[in-house]
Design a binder for this molecule. Structure first.
Ligand code: TZP
Ligand code: MG
Length: 214
C-alpha cells in the first residue's frame, strides 16, 4: 500500500458506461465490494446536471467515508467540495487550480506523453493517471499505450503515485500492480458488470493477494 495514495481500487464512474444498473446503484455496490475511491466522470454534461450527480454521489461517498474525485469540472468539484479533482492536458492546469481559494486538496493529472514528466505542473500534482495502460473501447481518443513496460519505466522516474487506467480487468490486474502501479482505476470492469459488488470484490482480492507478494 502506498501511504501517499492509500486507495488501491479506484472506480471511475460515468452513467453511459453503467450498462446494467443505475449509476448510483453501481457506485453503492462497488463501494460495498471494496472500492476505495470514486471519480465521477461525465462528458458533454451541463454544469447543473453534473452538479446534481456530484451531490448525489457525494452523499453516498460521505456515508461510506470514501473520497470523491470529480473529473475535469473544477467548478463542480469546488461547489460540491469534493476531496479531489482530476484533470488532463486539455483541462485547467494543476498550477492554476491551486490558485483558486477553496480548491480541492487532491489533484490528479493524466499522464499521456512522457514529456509531461519534465513539466513544472508536477509540483502541483498528487497522483498521475497512467493513461491508458492498455487500449480500451471505453476511451479511444488516446495517445500512448503505456503497457507494463511503461509503468515500470515511469516508476523509476517519478515518486508521484501512479494510478493505472485503461483496459484493466481481473485477468491483468496482478501484472499491472507488479509492474509498479499504486492503484487500479477501472470503468468497464465494474460499471459494465451485472454484479458490480462481486466485480469490485474480485479485484480487491487480487490487490490483497498481490500486496502479500510485492
Ligand atoms: N482514461 C484513460 S483510459 C480510460 C480513461 C478514463 C477509460 C478506462 O476504461 P476501462 O473500461 O477501465 O478500460
Ligand atoms: Mg479531462
Amino acid at each position: 500500500m502506498n501511504n501517499a495514495f492509500p486507495y488501491p481500487l479506484y472506480l471511475v464512474l460515468s452513467e453511459k458506461d453503467c450498462t446494467h444498473l443505475h449509476w448510483l446503484e453501481v457506485a453503492e455496490q462497488a463501494i460495498k465490494g471494496g472500492v476505495d475511491i470514486v471519480q465521477l466522470r461525465e462528458k458533454n454534461c451541463s454544469f447543473d446536471a453534473y452538479l446534481r450527480k456530484a451531490k448525489q454521489l457525494k452523499e453516498l461517498t460521505d456515508a461510506h467515508n470514501i473520497p470523491l474525485i470529480i473529473n475535469d469540472a473544477v467548478d463542480v468539484a469546488m461547489e460540491v467540495q469534493s476531496w479531489g479533482i482530476h484533470v488532463g492536458r486539455s483541462d485547467m492546469r494543476p498550477s492554476e487550480i491551486t490558485q483558486l481559494p477553496g480548491h480541492p486538496v487532491h489533484i490528479g493529472w493524466s499522464l499521456e506523453v512522457i514529456e509531461q514528466l519534465d513539466s513544472n505542473e508536477l509540483k502541483f500534482v498528487h497522483h498521475l493517471g497512467v493513461s491508458p495502460v492498455f487500449s480500451t473501447p471505453t476511451k479511444t481518443n488516446t495517445i500512448t499505450e503505456w503497457g507494463l513496460n511503461g509503468i515500470r519505466q515511469l516508476k523509476e522516474q517519478t515518486s508521484i503515485p501512479l494510478i493505472a487506467i485503461g483496459g484493466i480487468h481481473s485477468h491483468n490486474a496482478k501484472a499491472v500492480l507488479e509492474a509498479g502501479a499504486d492503484s487500479l482505476a477501472v470503468v468497464s470492469a465494474i460499471c459494465g458488470s451485472k454484479a458490480p459488488l462481486e466485480a469490485a470484490y474480485q479485484l480487491k482480492q487480487i490487490i490483497h493477494d498481490t500486496q502479500q507478494t510485492v
